[in-house]
Design a binder for this molecule. Structure first.
Ligand code: PMP
Length: 406
């Protein structure tokens, strides 16, 4: 099935606008993707027809809202093929999910001298929570290196995985480079030594089909807003044998069974990890986003985005002095580059004047930028609603800015 991009574009009201007198071309999808009307309508419906605090309610609206929230959980479960819906925890996003794991897994299983392995291309949200744990508990963070193309170098992985290694935490796809990491290989090799693996899927679930059972990962986390859903909501999948053994992350309403001043017992999964009123309208919105993506078909989205990636790389590579960062064989629709010695910030600012929205800077991956010895890059990241015509405008814009600086 081929997809009708013009029809898809009509679902995204925000795309139809002028910026600085030029039609908007939005290439900042790795930071956040726009929302189709279907998602906006689903959230609107919550507040206009059934808003009510969930769980424990006896009245009609509360029951409707609870059902919608739990339906959204099942949508997430099916989306990533999790065995049970109670293994899906709603969080504020990827960042909170990783902090939850670092804190709860850390409290329950890690002690001084234990090792956690990340990689050189991680987003700060998969580095700093572990560094906090280094400070709190004296754990040791080890880093899988990358090669110049931005691919993980796994030659020494087996030596990396020692009897002290308690967790491997790596990105499925790099937000700054687009590299698709060989996570199945990493999971299998870690499991061969009985080491659990957490995958940061913030940049993956919108680009490729994820099956947590086939991967056999122990944890998989992602954000709603990068998959055409709302901000402030995300999901953590964890195998129940881990989640059951982990300390709660936050204390409060809903995560308890009984509370007394003599002691408190905790609720069952998933509620044990969902203290307080959750973002139920966000969860419903994320469920609608999953429906939206499923209706188009992730394999169709992936094929189309690969076309855009190839076209974009081919066209941009004709620009004199352009240097790409992230040329892995397996790559998602993210293009990071610098032209000559034009500072990414200058390039981005001037492209913006042409209606071209790119991201510039370190992309919350400063250790990765240090690896390449650069302050940052210009990043164009494509979503299903981007077009080759927009890429032509981007290429023309980059050429124009390059000539100005020449
Ligand atoms: N990991 C990766 C790979 C990301 O790209 C991002 C967002 N840029 C995050 C984690 C953090 O996601 P969020 O800000 O939605 O929590």
């Amino acid at each position: 099935m081929s997809i009708d991009i013009q029809k898809i574009r009509k679902d995204f009201p925000i795309l139809d606008q002028m910026v600085h007198g030029k039609p908007l071309a939005y290439f900042d999808n790795a930071a956040t993707a726009h929302k189709p009307q279907q998602v906006i309508d689903a959230i609107d419906e919550v507040y206009t027809t059934y808003n009510s605090n969930i769980h424990r309610g006896v009245h009609h609206l509360s029951n409707v809202c609870t059902q919608a929230f739990e339906d959204a959980r099942v949508k997430v479960q099916n989306f990533i093929n999790a065995p049970h819906s109670h293994e899906v925890i709603f969080t504020r996003g990827t960042t909170e999910a990783i902090n939850l794991i670092a804190t709860s897994f850390g409290e329950s299983f890690l002690k001084a001298g234990d090792e956690v392995i990340v990689s050189q291309l991680e987003h700060h949200s998969n580095i700093v929570p572990w560094q906090l744990l280094e400070k709190r508990k004296g754990i040791v963070l080890k880093v899988i290196p990358i090669n110049d193309a931005g691919e993980l170098v796994l030659d020494d992985l087996d030596d990396f995985l020692t009897e002290r290694t308690k967790l491997v935490a790596v990105a499925h796809i790099s937000n700054a480079l687009g590299t698709i990491n060989p996570i199945k290989t990493i999971i299998d090799r870690a499991h061969a030594k009985s080491i659990p693996v957490m995958i940061d899927g913030a940049q993956a679930v919108q680009h490729l089909k994820v099956d947590v059972q086939a991967l056999d990962c122990d944890f998989y986390v992602f954000s709603g807003h990068k998959i055409y859903g709302p901000t402030g909501i995300g999901a953590l999948y964890g195998k129940e044998e881990w989640l059951n053994k982990m300390e709660p992350y936050q204390g409060g309403g809903e995560m308890i069974q009984t509370v007394s001043f003599d002691g408190t017992t905790f609720n069952e999964l998933p509620f044990k990890f969902e203290a307080g009123t959750p973002d139920y309208s966000g969860a419903v919105g994320m469920g609608a986003a999953i429906d939206y993506v499923n209706a188009i078909g992730l394999e169709n989205i992936a094929a189309y985005e690969q076309e855009l990636l190839e076209y974009g790389m081919e066209q941009l590579s004709q620009i004199p002095g352009i240097q790409f960062y992230g040329t892995a064989k397996e790559k998602a629709s993210v293009i990071s580059f610098i032209v000559g010695n034009i500072h990414p910030f200058d390039m981005g600012t001037m492209l913006d004047k042409l209606g071209l929205a790119v991201r510039t800077g370190h992309h919350c991956a400063q250790p990765l930028m240090q690896r390449y010895n650069i302050p940052g890059t210009v990043r164009a990241s494509f979503a299903v609603y981007n077009t080759k015509e927009e890429i032509d405008r981007l290429v023309a814009g980059v050429k124009r800015v390059s000539l100005l600086f020449a």
